[in-house]
Design a protein around this ligand. Sequence first.
Ligand code: FAD
Length: 472
Amino acid sequence: MTPAQQQLVDTIRDRLGDKSVVTDADDLAPWLTDWRGRWNGDAPAMLQPASTDEVAAMVELAAELGVPLVPQGGNTSMVGGATPPADGSAVILSTRRMNRIRSIDVASQSCVAEAGVILQTLHEAVEREGLRFPLTLGSRGSATIGGLTSTNAGGTQVLRFGPMRALVQGIEAVLPDGTIHHGLTGLKKDNRGSSIDQLLVAAEGTLGIITAVRLKLVPAIRSRAVAWLGVASPQAALDVLRALEAETGQVEGFEILPRESLEAALAQIPGLRRPLEGEHDWHVLVEAVAHDAADEEPEALLARLLAPLMERGSVEDATISNSDAQADAFWHIRDSLSEAEKKQFGPATQHDISVPVDDMPRFMGEAARAVEAAFPGTHASGFGHLGDGNVHFHVRAGSRGGSDWLAREGEAVTRFVHDLVVAAGGSISAEHGIGQMKRDELARLSPERVATLRALKAALDPKGLFNPGKLV
Ligand code: FAD
């Protein structure tokens, strides 16, 4: 521990008590490595504030002593965003003690949650009030409101409700000089210049430490149904989506997966059942919901809308869930894909990318062919949020394989895929953020954007003390 870090730790412990700092190596260990196990950082201490004032006091002191801080929520970042630098120069600031839901306002359908509230806890709390927070993802049991906001997380309901950015109505945060930004008023109209709240969304902890967020809620659902479809191609899947959207506003989720991903899941994950009897090159999962009495029953709605699509051949086969358990079983297949592919196919480069929605079918086909031609023996395909123009595009080692394939060729493959994405006007990070994983690639491909982000960073955090080495 450097003398400055020691002074920070001692002063905070003195002022705020033992619970406010962790220095025991065993207690620190789980927070030094990212969820994927790809980045190993080091930090001599983790600060654990219990209130916004405590965050402000810690930030002020750290700024005075020149100690960098790494904000951390559930540590589920997919891009090494919450992992401290390996040289031990920074201290982690964890929001896990800031886990209070301050208010749930049924009339205005909004709530205020502290940064360390876990997504699933929020889901359960608002559901008890007849409401719903319409954002969910595989890490909901660990991811926090602060982390989700700082990464502008997406998930499986973006199609209808947008990503985190669209659900954030205001933010309270501590800025790098210790100032508290108060943005929780929930004003519908507020044109006092650019939105500081929105500036903090997706900033990955580089501009401020979020302490609480006002979030939009929607009515709880009355019922839901999930359909599993077999289709010939991503274009056929997109045609189905457009046809459904033209008829109803009740569709919330629309996910696509190729045949080999389904086969991998069935082979590798115990307890999964094949949804359709026949063989199909592509599969689609559609979720429809009903909120109030005016909404059509989702099972009947899907049956009514899918029948003509099956008649004209856009949908080869379909089945609709008739219980929550069956709907969950369909989603379980979707949620298992990453794990199943890893077990079945071995190493792969994984790319969380987006292109304009209507261009995604073309992109998926052409990009897969281009990658396989440039790196013979590999196999490329995508699955995921087709309705958002966002797929997880994976390139598997195939016959070029071996456990060292990623180390040998991973970077070259990633650069190749990213170049294709940029040529298609897309984004190299659709929902996971930049963190440390994509920082150099962002600088290579979007120098003007990075220059602007760096100017903002320099203005708000001139000493570079908030989450060093991430995003910019
Ligand atoms: P952390 O991982 O702790 O931090 C993430 C970033 O936010 C870091 O840069 C950190 O410094 C910063 N940060 C954290 N808290 C604060 C704060 N209070 N103030 C300022 N900065 C802060 N993402 C999707 O978008 N869609 C998905 O479908 C999806 N699925 C996932 C499935 C799994 C199984 C996993 C493990 C992850 C998935 N993710 C997905 C990744 C997603 O980014 C994270 O789950 C989540 O957004 C991060 O929340 P967290 O609390 O774990 O934040």
